[in-house]
Design a binder for this molecule. Structure first.
Ligand SMILES: Cc1cc2nc3c(=O)[nH]c(=O)nc-3n(C[C@H](O)[C@H](O)[C@H](O)COP(=O)(O)OP(=O)(O)OC[C@H]3O[C@@H](n4cnc5c(N)ncnc54)[C@H](O)[C@@H]3O)c2cc1C
Length: 447
């Protein structure tokens, strides 16, 4: 039996960033999209929700983007929400330590690579010789072959001294690859350096969302329906529907069988394996074994405004990054009066911390903040929330990076997307968007 429809139908499984990007791009390419999402919300690992006590919009973990996130920005432009990433208003990165050191990386004095060089040269916590080594090391790591090497191997080969490794490269790798420098894939560090740091134009701009993450995707449902598509929230794809060796649809938890000319599975690796019938599972069984990395996010509300820079990288503490949420998100006068100080603290690759109870994490992090920022000693903690994302991103090492699947696999009618697929990018919003767009293009070409 052959399925015939005027516009070829594309079924997208999963409404995370990859699925959203696939749905938008497939629609743009003339397909009629049905987006199926197991949860009752869109956004997957990039979503926000309201804190009941304070009314503040919280992300399931603070996210930042970079100017070079061209695929993500393309999708947001379509949805009309790119301005929430405020590309015209990039954020300098401050640094602070328990020993009272202060620094700021401000690469926005000039556009492009000149701005990066200028920003690096004005990092006053490093000696002039170190700043030169940093610049040369960055260029070296962005050019050399990284095949089979960890980020640490690459930087050692580029002769980076211990002080720079500890205070510059380790935080950069943790923040961008969510993995320790000793295991992270060196090729992904190279990708970050080439695209984000030395990409030119506004690629190195740090973009912090100016609203809860879910606002970025809010127009999606309407955008799709105006173009003949739809979203089924709270609907799990249970299995694929086959005609001989070709995928022709999806059977869902609501008992429906949706048929189409292409199916894009934009789900995490384990969920992808579960969708396949036994005869295909053995070929991708390794995907279910891949290790993931946790991120712990701590939201804190104080009775004083805290006078912190908007984004601060911390040296020598468990807490790695502090975001002044009040600097980015709109808050009502009431919120401002009742909970004037509102920050988020991010800890990547947080295996040990994720095992601790939430109140112990809060005690540790707030103590650290008060040590780094003496003005916080007088602020009283009014409210807190800890979010542990135990599987925040896939751990991509030189070995596991080779196992990433490409959007077109060997199965006719089935395409794969997700931050974990073979985009040659770290598992990020941009990787997810790039994978969704690539899968949609492949699907549209074959439809
Ligand atoms: C705390 C945290 C902080 C992060 N910080 C950053 C950052 O600063 N910058 C950055 O670029 N990236 C960051 N990331 C990574 C980024 O969030 C992810 O790379 C991206 O959201 C992944 O999107 P995805 O669509 O590939 O996967 P997901 O978001 O996991 O989407 C998969 C979707 O598929 C759905 N699904 C699964 N199985 C089924 C099924 N059978 N049927 C229907 N639906 C199904 C799921 O419910 C989910 O909605 C962070 C991640 C976390 C967790």
């Amino acid at each position: 039996m052959q399925y015939v429809e005027r516009n070829p139908r594309c079924i997208v499984i999963g409404a995370g960033v990859a699925g959203i990007a696939a749905a938008v791009e497939a629609t743009r390419l003339g397909m009629s999209v049905v987006l199926v999402e197991a949860h009752r919300y869109v956004g997957g690992r990039a979503r926000s929700f309201r804190d009941e006590l304070t009314g503040d919009e919280l992300d399931n973990g603070q996210h930042v983007a970079m100017g070079c996130y061209q695929n993500l920005r393309h999708i947001l432009r379509e949805l009309g929400t790119e301005s929430l990433l405020a590309p015209n208003d990039p954020v300098p990165i401050a640094f602070a330590s328990v020993r009272g050191e202060r620094d700021v990386f401000n690469p926005y004095r000039w556009r492009g690579r000149l701005g990066v060089a200028h920003g690096l040269f004005h990092l006053r916590s490093f000696s002039l010789a170190e700043r030169l080594q940093l610049l040369v090391g960055g260029i070296c790591a962005s050019l050399r072959s990284c095949e089979g090497l960890t980020a640490g191997d690459v930087l050692q080969a580029c002769r980076q001294p211990a002080n720079l490794m500890e205070r510059f490269w380790e935080p950069l790798v943790l923040a961008t690859l969510n993995a320790p420098i000793s295991v992270a894939d060196g090729a992904l560090l190279r990708a970050v350096l080439r695209r984000a740091i030395f990409g030119g134009g506004d690629s190195h701009y740090l973009l912090v969302p100016r609203a809860g993450l879910s606002k970025l995707w809010q127009p999606l449902e309407r955008w799709l329906s105006e173009r003949g598509g739809s979203i089924r929230l709270g609907t799990r794809a249970e299995e694929l529907v086959w005609l001989d060796d070709r995928v022709i649809g999806v059977a869902t938890s609501s008992g429906e069988e949706i048929r189409g000319s292409a199916v894009i599975a934009a789900v995490p690796p384990k969920a992808y394996v579960r969708l396949l019938p036994q005869r295909y599972r053995s070929t991708v069984a390794f995907l279910a074994q891949l290790e993931t990395m946790p991120i712990v996010s701590v939201y804190l509300w104080y009775d004083h405004t805290l006078a912190l820079p908007p984004v601060v990288g911390l040296w020598g503490t468990t807490a790695q990054w502090v975001f002044d949420r009040g600097a980015f998100l709109e808050r009502s006068d009431d919120q401002q009066r009742q909970y004037p100080g509102h920050v988020e603290v991010t800890i990547s690759a947080a295996h040990a911390l994720a095992q601790q109870p939430a109140d112990a994490i809060v005690a540790k992090v707030s103590r650290e903040l008060a040590t780094v920022f003496p003005q916080m000693k007088n602020a009283r903690l009014l409210h807190w929330r800890v979010i542990k994302e135990r599987s925040a991103t896939l751990l991509l090492t030189p070995k596991t990076s080779r196992l990433r699947l490409s959007p077109t696999n060997d199965i006719a009618g089935l395409y794969v997307a997700g931050d974990w697929t073979a985009t040659r990018l770290p598992a990020t919003l941009e990787s997810a968007a790039a994978s969704g767009i690539a899968a949609a293009r492949a699907a549209a070409q074959m439809a």
